[in-house]
Design a protein around this ligand. Structure first.
Ligand code: GN1
Ligand code: MG
Length: 364
């Protein structure tokens, strides 16, 4: 189906001028719908990846619940709900999505204009603001009592990931396993350590809360004062541990290189950025995080980075079915770069741990 027809299936204000591709997501396809007049908004149109999101209607319900809740909080604080919250635009039939003739699912939200987004955190100050933004987001949804559907069971659950990993390795569908024994040993040698962290989540010592689960820096919109305006890309809002949001943010913020850098010398964990983000994050969350969460905050950076190494390597061994790739070795390249980041975090872990303790003590 043509993009303009898809756009016309949603309750848009104004006259559509054009629909063009935008961004580089690994999962969905994103387009921007521009409208002719300056007093009507532009929109983001997404084709949701139905292979990964097998229940798009439930996902959109989750997103809507979170957006509605955040909107209310923003209004209570006299903020601007059209800029500080995401606005989902329904289809003409009132549903939160449109399903085309080919069975593809589409969703639209208002494009928040005049914002800044970053691919990397260059300064501790920016990291501080990013940390505050994620902390605020978690604080705002901490009293969201409506249940969310678990649309991605096991998303950041390493026990679940090991289940997938073991199957993919047993099948070895494209015969890549034989030459990856070293890389596979990176995963295996840390299996127990990662599982013992996850057991704390399973036992409830580390509680489950409403979380974002994809807190990369490019999923945050900043304003011109350098403060966080709005957290976007809510596809993965789920009940999980707050630590996953902290850890995933650290995986992207602290990386001095690219997620798929070919020059591994460029990849490392910047401890100043780690500290900046931690300060911002804890300034908003210290009131509700428990002792165990604080104790494992620094570890969560290693946990999520490890999980990402596993996911990229697993997808490579599986024949590249999950992540979009730009060339045949892309997932392998991502694996090496994320592993380099992981080892850099491991080397600096003692320092990361004491930064969290010092910042938390300073706020207590
Ligand atoms: C995916 O689509 P994107 O780029 O926002 C992925 C994240 C990974 C990330 C790797 C639903 O996010 O979990 O960390 O790629 N999202 C899903 O950069 O799997
Ligand atoms: Mg994204």
């Amino acid at each position: 189906m043509k993009l303009d027809k898809i756009a016309a299936s949603f309750c848009l204000e104004g006259i559509v001028e054009k629909v063009e591709p935008m961004g580089e997501g690994f999962i969905n396809d994103t387009f921007i719908i521009s409208t002719i007049d300056s007093d009507t908004p532009d929109y983001l149109l997404q084709r949701k990846n139905k292979r990964i999101f097998t229940d798009v209607p439930a996902m959109m319900e989750n997103i809507q619940k979170v957006c509605t809740h955040i909107r209310q909080k923003v209004v209570e604080k006299n903020g601007d709900p059209m800029r500080e919250a995401m606005t989902i635009v329904p289809a003409n039939d009132g549903k939160l999505y449109f399903q085309d003739e080919e069975g593809e699912f589409w969703a639209v939200c208002i494009f928040i204009a005049d914002t800044i987004s970053y691919q990397a955190a260059k300064t501790p100050e920016l990291a501080f603001q990013g940390g505050k933004g994620i902390g605020k987001f978690q604080a705002m949804v901490s009293d969201l009592n409506e249940p969310l559907t678990d649309i991605l069971p096991g998303f950041h659950n390493i026990r679940y990931r090991f289940g997938q990993w073991d199957k993919v390795l047993a099948n070895d569908p494209v015969g890549r396993k034989a030459r990856l024994s070293e890389e596979i040993s990176w995963i295996e040698s840390r299996r127990e350590e990662m599982l013992s962290f996850w057991k704390l989540v399973e036992s409830g010592e580390i509680p489950t809360r409403v979380t974002h689960n994809d807190t990369k820096i490019n999923n945050i919109l900043f304003d011109h004062n350098g403060e966080v305006l709005c957290v976007i890309d809510l596809d993965t809002v789920l009940n999980s541990t707050c630590l996953n949001d902290f850890g995933d943010a650290m995986r992207s913020y602290t990386n001095t290189g690219l997620e798929d850098d070919t020059d591994l010398n460029k990849v490392s964990c910047d401890i100043g950025i780690f500290e900046g983000f931690t300060r911002g994050y804890l300034s908003e969350t210290i009131g509700f995080l428990n002792k165990k969460e604080l104790e494992y905050l620094a570890f969560s950076a290693r946990y999520i980075t490890y999980e990402q190494v596993l996911r990229f390597l697993m997808d490579y061994i599986d024949g590249d079915n999950y992540y979009k790739i730009k060339h045949p070795e892309h997932n392998y390249q991502r694996t090496l770069a994320q592993y380099k980041l992981l080892t850099s975090m491991e080397e600096q872990y003692v320092e990361m741990f004491s930064i969290v303790r010092n910042v938390a003590d300073g706020l207590a």
